[in-house]
Structures are given as structure tokens and as C-alpha cells.
Design a protein around this ligand. Sequence first.
Ligand code: NAD
Length: 233
Amino acid sequence: MKKIVVFSGAGISAESGIQTFRDSDGLWENYNIYEVATPQAWKNNPQLVLEFYNARLKQIINCKPNLAHTLIADWQNFFDVQVITQNIDDLHERAGSQKVLHLHGEIMKARSSVDESLLYPLTDKGILWGDFCAKGSQLRPNVVWFGEEVPNMLKATEIVSDADVLIVVGSSLRVYPAAGLLQYVKKKTLIYLIDPAKVETSIKNIVHIQNKATEGLQKLHHLFIQNTSHIQG
Ligand code: NAD
């Protein structure tokens, strides 16, 4: 079975009503990202960090997967589909994708601030100051902040290096190390990029479909499913 790897960024969730980071003028809904999404921010003002992520969590719970998420899930009927996402939302999972690797964590979980293996599912209440893990330390959002290591990076490079087709959707390819993933594709891998904006990359042979995620994925759906010989070879 052909292996399709989808590498998604904030743009895939834009049509579900979740703002991207850069498209909102450097502010993510009135917060300075460096005051809420760095280890230093957690040290300086953990209550503000919790307020920010609790608001994101509520917003994400109220959003639904869009056609882009559901088309990718539908492809599982035809191909081996693996999603690698930079997003902290759970819209790929809610659309039905079975294999989703989160590079930057998952907002629907809290984690211990002393032991990253201790994870706790969250409700719409989010994390409150004074919510502790089993080891007695404050819970923090299970997200990878700017300046922190990306623990799933090695797994992601292995997945990408095994892809027959790589589809990058809604990513400015400016957040590293995630953006470096494209360096790991095989020579014969077909690479598509779906983004309405011009995206800078040094990778050659990328087919840029300059559309929104839902439109671009419908074009690929047509190409892959109604003309399966294109990638079944
Ligand atoms: P990004 O680097 O992935 O850039 C967003 C890209 O989406 C841009 O290139 C933009 O042109 C494109 N875009 C906008 N609308 C689109 C649409 N309708 N269809 C397709 N593409 C569209 O992401 P970012 O916004 O720079 O955020 C950086 C990091 O912040 C992410 O990697 C993520 O960890 C986090 N973030 C997560 C979410 C989420 O979970 N939904 C949302 C915002 C930011």
C-alpha cells in the first residue's frame, strides 16, 4: 500500500476558525507569544500561561474538523496515511485519522511539570493553578514551547523518509526544527505544498497548490482517488 504522509501546520485549522500564529500580526489573539509560550513565561507568570492555554482549549473544543481534515481521514480507505502535525488541536483525530503524530504537543492533555511521562486528559475547565500531578507538582499544558526540544522529531524524520507522497498543508515552514523535516524525503517522493501564500523553501521539485487547505486537498483527492494510477504506479 502506498504511504501518504501529511505534514500539517496551523493553516489546515484556519477554516475551522482557529487562527494561525503569523496571520494574526504576530499576536495570537492579543497575547505576545513569548510571554505565554516559552519556559521563561512559565517561570515568570504561570497563571497567565494557564489563562492563555485554557482560552485556546475552550476555543478548540468549540471548533469542528473541516473538509481538509476529513478528506485526509477518508484516504485511509485507499492508502497508508500518516499525519505529522505541528498543531496542538485534535481536529485530525476528531475527523477520524488513526495515525497522528503531534510535534508540538496536544492541548487536550495536561502534563506534570516534573515528569513528562505523566499525562492527564483535560475537560473544558482546562488546568487550574493548584492542580497537581501524582508527584505533587503543578500541572502544565502538554505543549512544546518555543525553546524546548521536540521529542517526536526523530520519529517524524523516520516517517517522512519512508513516504511515497508528502503533502505539506498550511505551514509557513518557518518554525524549526519541524520545517527541517522536508530534508529527509527520498529522491523519488512526490511533494505537494498546499498554502494560499508564497512559502520559502530550498527543497526542489515541490508542486505548490496555491489554495486554501480545503480547496487544495479536494484537488489532490480528485487526483489520487479518481485517478489512482497517479500514485499507485
Ligand atoms: P505555520 O508556520 O504552520 O504557518 C501558517 C500557514 O498557514 C501560513 O503559511 C499561511 O499562509 C497558511 N494558511 C493560512 N490560512 C490557510 C488556509 N485556509 N489553508 C491553508 N493554509 C493557510 O503556523 P504558524 O501559524 O506560524 O504557527 C506556529 C506554531 O504555532 C505551529 O507550529 C503550532 O505549534 C502553533 N499553532 C497551533 C495552532 C493549532 O493547533 N491549530 C494554531 C496556531 C498556532
